[in-house]
Design a protein around this ligand. Structure first.
Ligand code: FA5
Ligand code: MG
Length: 576
């Protein structure tokens, strides 16, 4: 029942075909030599295209990242190559010939029964917003990089979105049944390849590159990441993450160059860490922190570490990130005052920030940072002390240090006052022309077009009880919540998911395929079990709204009917 990358999906995507150019970096198989012609039989698609004039996804060109394959980490998992810093010079394409092949960033990938790429997600590949001067994502990246400056930190971007499941999950210590591995949450190219769900997929490669004694002590890396997720103003299936890490080497000699023992090395490293901590700015005034000295029992000390060194690393990590948050909020306040949106007295109110204990398979202890923004707590990032086994496997076991991963859109929304995550993908000059590299200015909404709410109600399955059970279990666990990097293992791994079950994210995917960014919000508004038949009824409310124009009744009716048709066809539901 799942939407596989079938001939239908390929046809629906043909308008995005480009002529492929032979790749230098991966073995291309089954790629086309010319753009496939438009298929006249896909009249639904052309109708959809007319209705999606406001949908701005456009493919830009990209270049692949580099080689080096060991221990299951593949050539595509390594962001270290001069080419990753160049402008893209190759087109991105699908193979139109074979239903079983997809070409992403010049690499041809065989699809299989695990594949769940959809046309709507493929349209959003390789937009490279993080590398587009004057774009708010680019401006935010640059601001973040400035808080983690060279030469201590080296800055990277990673353009090829395909990584191995080894790099995205295994190397990082994700258990087999971790929810992040589920096909309901992650876009699989095939059983061994995914669209990266987080920038932590590059931890192994970036740490490995740090074996070079000339390398920097730390890095940041920025990329677009992909998650099958709910639809609302702060969630989009593609968003940007930035990851940062800072390692401290264990000194083998003293200041005079004499050999020292391991314990003396630990002491000397501790002195260096303390000095580096002192070099950071003052911490934020008002930070809620339940674990200021790293002694809460839930956050585990790794057995290779001494308590005091972890305390100092954690303090360095938290202070670095608090500095970043202070910088973002200061800039946002100045922009708010300058535009008249923010009263000076309101701007004086203290920023509310809190640390929350967290859990990631690749850090311990782990934390998340939240800020109080527009009346609620908003999670900005996850972080922690890097698991020593990861550093060992990358050949830098003599170091220890921290890592963090943040959502760039979350910071950019605060920085510029951008209210809806879809806006970042807009090509509308009324949006794009408001931003200029080097300037933080308050976003001026150009207009608010009317919302159109429509409900669709259905029985989840006419026949299968198992189907109902699995749907209920999965959606009730935590509907729409992505958990690609932490949390409890509650969902099946890709290989154990059944052919008939569907997840709430499958509904989101259909809405995205049909309406693209014309769907502002999708939420479940009703659910009940029929007392006599035991069948489950669900009702979803879809808010159709363009950010750029008023939708006509004809359009929204068509979009909604098409969503309903696809629910029946792809998920086997019975409309009520
Ligand atoms: C991670 O992805 C971890 N890799 C972060 C990390 C890195 C932890 C290194 C430790 C060490 P998480 O799934 O919480 O964690 O995502 C990180 C951040 O991405 C979130 O805090 C949030 O700011 C942002 N984010 C997550 N999901 C979305 C989404 N759907 N839309 C926009 N931003 C999101
Ligand atoms: Mg999180």
């Amino acid at each position: 029942m799942r939407l596989l990358f079938t001939g239908r999906a390929v046809r629906a995507s043909r308008k995005f075909l480009f002529s492929p150019i032979p790749s230098r970096r991966c073995n291309r198989r089954n790629s086309t030599d010319a753009a496939a012609p438009e298929d006249p039989s896909t009249n639904l698609d052309s109708l959809a295209r007319r209705f999606r004039q406001g949908y701005t996804a456009k493919l830009l060109r990209t270049i692949d990242l580099s080689p080096e394959g060991t221990e299951g980490i593949t050539t595509e998992d390594d962001p270290f190559n001069a080419s990753s810093h160049k402008k893209p010079d190759r087109n991105h394409t699908f193979s139109g010939e074979e239903d079983s092949t997809v070409v992403i960033s010049e690499c041809s990938h065989r699809t299989d029964s695990t594949s769940n790429l959809s046309p709507s997600i493929l349209k959003l590949l390789n937009r490279r917003l993080y590398d587009r001067p004057n774009h708010p994502i680019y401006i935010t990246r640059k601001l973040i990089e400035s808080v983690f400056p060279q030469p201590t930190f080296q800055h990277y971007i990673a353009s090829n979105p395909v990584v191995s499941t080894v790099a995205n999950f295994d190397v990082l210590g994700f258990p087999e049944d971790h929810p992040g591995r589920s096909r309901a949450d992650t876009y699989y190219v095939n059983k061994n390849r995914v669209l990266r769900t987080h920038t932590s997929a590059y931890q192994h490669s970036t740490f490995k590159a740090m074996r070079n004694p000339e390398s920097a002590f730390g890095y940041t890396i920025c990329a677009d990441v992909f998650r099958r997720d709910s639809i609302d103003r702060s969630h989009f299936p593609v968003f940007h993450q930035m990851e940062g890490a800072r390692l401290w080497r264990l000194p083998k000699t003293n200041a005079q160059g004499m050999q020292i023992s391991h314990y003396q090395g630990v002491q000397r490293r501790l002195d260096i860490m303390r000095r580096n901590l002192g070099e950071l700015g003052l911490p934020l005034g008002e930070v809620e922190d339940p674990d200021p000295n790293f002694d809460a029992t839930t956050n585990l000390l790794q057995h290779e570490h001494y308590h005091e060194e972890v305390r100092v690393v954690v303090a360095h990590l938290k202070r670095s990130l608090e500095t970043l948050v202070a910088r973002i909020f200061d800039a946002a306040k100045q922009a708010g005052i300058a535009s008249g949106h923010l009263d000076r007295s309101v701007a004086q109110e203290p920023l509310q920030v809190r640390w929350v204990e967290a859990s990631f398979p690749f850090t311990s202890p782990s934390y998340e940072l939240e800020v109080h923004w527009q009346g609620e707590w908003l999670e900005l990032l996850g972080c922690g002390v890097v698991q020593q086994r990861l550093l060992h496997s990358a050949g830098v076991g003599d170091r220890m240090g921290w890592a963090w991963g943040l959502g760039v859109e979350r910071l950019a929304m605060i920085l510029f006052g951008i209210p809806d995550i879809r806006l970042f993908w807009s090509e509308d000059p009324r949006f794009l022309d408001q931003f200029k590299t080097g300037h933080i200015t308050r976003f001026e909404p150009f207009s608010k077009y009317p919302a159109c709410y429509k409900d669709v109600a259905f029985w989840t399955s006419p026949t299968s009880n198992d189907h109902d059970k699995e749907t209920e279990t999965e959606t009730n666990t935590n509907p729409g919540a992505a958990a690609p990097a932490g949390g409890n293992a509650t969902k099946a791994s890709p290989t154990t998911s059944t052919g008939t079950a569907f997840h709430e994210n499958d509904i989101m995917e259909i809405v995205r395929d049909v309406a693209g960014s014309l769907a502002e919000d999708v939420r479940r508004v009703d659910e009940f079990v029929h007392p006599a038949t035991g069948r489950t009824s669900l009702c979803y409310r879809i808010n159709y709204r363009s950010l750029e124009r008023t939708l006509t009744n004809e359009e929204t009716n068509w979009l909604h009917q098409e969503v309903a048709r696809r629910l029946v066809k792809d998920l086997g539901v019975e409309l009520r």
